[in-house]
Design a protein around this ligand. Structure first.
Ligand SMILES: NC(=O)c1ccc[n+]([C@@H]2O[C@H](COP(=O)([O-])OP(=O)(O)OC[C@H]3O[C@@H](n4cnc5c(N)ncnc54)[C@H](OP(=O)(O)O)[C@@H]3O)[C@@H](O)[C@H]2O)c1
Length: 355
C-alpha cells in the first residue's frame, strides 16, 4: 500500500498519445507538475493540445525527450517522481514486422521504464496501461471464459506473433511488468486493462491511435456499406483517465483492473452516431453479412483473416467490470455520450466531408 506525495511531479510516458492526453489533462486540472516523456519534443504539432490545456489549468507541464527503445532515456523525466504512468506502446494493427514494430517497443520499453524505476530512489508506484487484449484475443474467448465473461484472473493464451500480434505485445509487456514488480519492493504496480477506447480526441488531427482511425472510418464513407458486427467492449477515454488517476492515488489500489463500461458491438456503436449525424455524414447503419466478410475480408485487410472473422463477427463481447467499480470507484458514462462526443470532436477538427 503506497501513499503518493501530491506535491511531487508525476511522470507520464507517451504523453502525446490519445489516452495519455486525458491523463495529462486530469493531472493538470488537479494542479500537478507533469513530467511528460515524449519521443519527439521538437514536433510541436503533437504538443499544442497539451500546451493549451496547461495554460488554462493550475498544473505545469515539462517535456522530456525519451524513447522506449533507448535504454536509460527516462532517467531525467523520472527524477523526483513518486508516481509513473506508463502508457507508451504502439497501438497499430497495420504492421509489416510485428516483432520490431509491436513486441520490442512494448516489452523492451516496459523493461526500460521499470529498470529506471528500480534505479530511481523516488518512485513508489507505477500504473501500467495494459489492455483487455492481455486477457483475451477474440470475442469468442470472452464468451467461452469460465464465468461466461472475462475477469482479471485470465490471460490471453491465443495471440501470437502471427495472430493478433498487438494483443500478443500487450500480453508479453504486462507479464514483464509483473515479473519486474515482484522482483523488488520499492514500488508497487497497479495495472489498468482498458477495452476499446472511444471518446473525444484532444489531438484529433495528429492522432495515431487505432481508436481515432476507427472513429474516422465510421464517418469518412469507407464503411458506408456496413460494418462487421463484432462484439466490442467500450470505455470512454475520459473515464479511463479517471481510472488511471484513481489507480495512482488510492493507496489500497492493487492488481489488474478491467476498465470497460459497455459490452457492445461495432454495429451498436455505429448506429448511435448514425442516429445523430447520419443525415449529414456517410455513417454505416447495418451489418455486413458474415459470409460476405469471409470472401472479401482477407482481401481488403490482411489482419482480417477467416479465423479472425470466425472468432469475432456476430459474437458478443462480455466482461465483468465489478472490480473497477468497487475498488477504483468507477462510475461509467453512457455509450451514447461517448460515441456522440467522439464524433463531434472529429467534426470540430474538420476531419470529415459532408455527404
Ligand atoms: N486506444 C485503445 O483502444 C486502447 C485500448 C487498450 C489499451 N490501450 C493502450 O493505451 C496506450 C495508449 O494507446 P493510445 O490509444 O493512446 O495510442 P496512441 O495515441 O498511438 O499512443 C501511443 C503512445 O506511445 C508512444 N510511443 C510509441 N512508440 C514509442 C517509442 N518507441 N518510444 C516512445 N514512445 C512511443 C507514442 O508516441 P508518438 O506520439 O511519438 O508516436 C504515443 O505517445 C497503449 O499502451 C495502448 O496499448 C489503448
Amino acid at each position: 500500500m503506497k501513499t503518493i506525495d501530491k506535491t511531487k511531479p508525476v511522470m507520464v510516458t507517451g504523453a502525446t498519445g490519445y489516452v495519455a492526453g486525458w491523463i495529462v489533462k486530469k493531472l493538470l486540472d488537479e494542479g500537478f507538475t507533469v513530467h511528460a516523456a515524449v519521443r519527439h519534443p521538437e514536433k510541436k504539432e503533437k504538443l499544442v493540445h497539451l500546451d493549451r490545456i496547461a495554460q488554462s489549468t493550475p498544473g505545469t507541464i515539462k517535456y522530456f525527450k525519451a524513447d522506449l527503445m533507448v535504454d536509460g532515456s527516462y532517467a531525467e523525466a523520472m527524477e523526483g517522481c513518486e508516481l509513473v504512468f506508463h502508457t507508451a506502446s504502439p497501438f497499430t494493427l497495420d504492421v509489416k514486422d510485428p516483432q520490431k514494430q509491436l513486441i520490442e517497443p512494448a516489452v523492451n520499453g516496459t523493461r526500460n521504464v521499470l529498470d529506471q524505476a528500480n534505479k530511481s530512489t523516488s518512485v513508489k508506484r507505477v500504473v501500467d496501461t495494459s489492455s483487455c487484449a492481455a486477457i483475451y484475443s477474440d470475442a469468442i474467448d470472452t464468451v467461452n471464459a469460465p464465468k461466461g465473461h472475462i475477469t482479471e484472473e485470465l490471460w490471453n493464451t491465443t495471440s501470437s506473433l502471427k495472430y493478433q500480434p498487438y494483443s500478443y505485445s500487450k500480453t508479453l509487456a504486462e507479464k514483464e511488468a509483473w515479473k519486474m514488480a515482484k522482483a523488488q519492493d520499492q514500488w508497487d504496480l497497479v495495472v489498468i486493462n482498458p477495452s476499446f477506447v472511444m471518446g473525444p480526441a484532444l489531438n484529433a488531427t495528429v492522432a495515431t491511435s487505432e481508436s481515432v482511425s476507427i472513429m474516422k472510418q465510421l464517418g469518412d464513407g469507407s464503411l458506408k456499406m456496413g460494418v462487421p458486427n463484432m462484439g466490442f467492449g467500450v470505455i470512454d477515454v475520459r473515464d479511463l483517465a479517471e481510472a488511471h488517476f484513481n489507480a495512482g492515488f488510492k493507496p489500497e489500489a492493487e492488481g489488474r483492473h478491467i476498465i470497460s463500461a459497455h459490452n457492445s458491438t461495432m454495429l451498436q456503436m455505429a448506429q448511435i452516431i448514425h442516429t445523430k449525424f447520419g443525415d449529414t455524414y456517410p455513417i454505416p447503419n447495418k451489418a455486413l453479412p458474415k459470409w460476405l466478410l469471409m470472401i472479401v475480408g482477407p482481401l481488403a485487410n490482411k489482419s482480417f483473416t477467416r479465423d479472425f472473422i470466425r472468432n469475432n463477427v456476430n459474437i458478443p463481447w462480455k466482461a465483468d467490470n465489478a472490480k473497477s467499480r468497487e475498488k477504483l470507484g468507477m462510475n461509467y458514462r453512457p455509450l451514447e455520450e461517448t460515441m456522440n462526443d467522439s464524433f463531434q470532436a472529429l467534426i470540430d477538427a474538420e476531419m470529415f466531408i459532408k455527404k
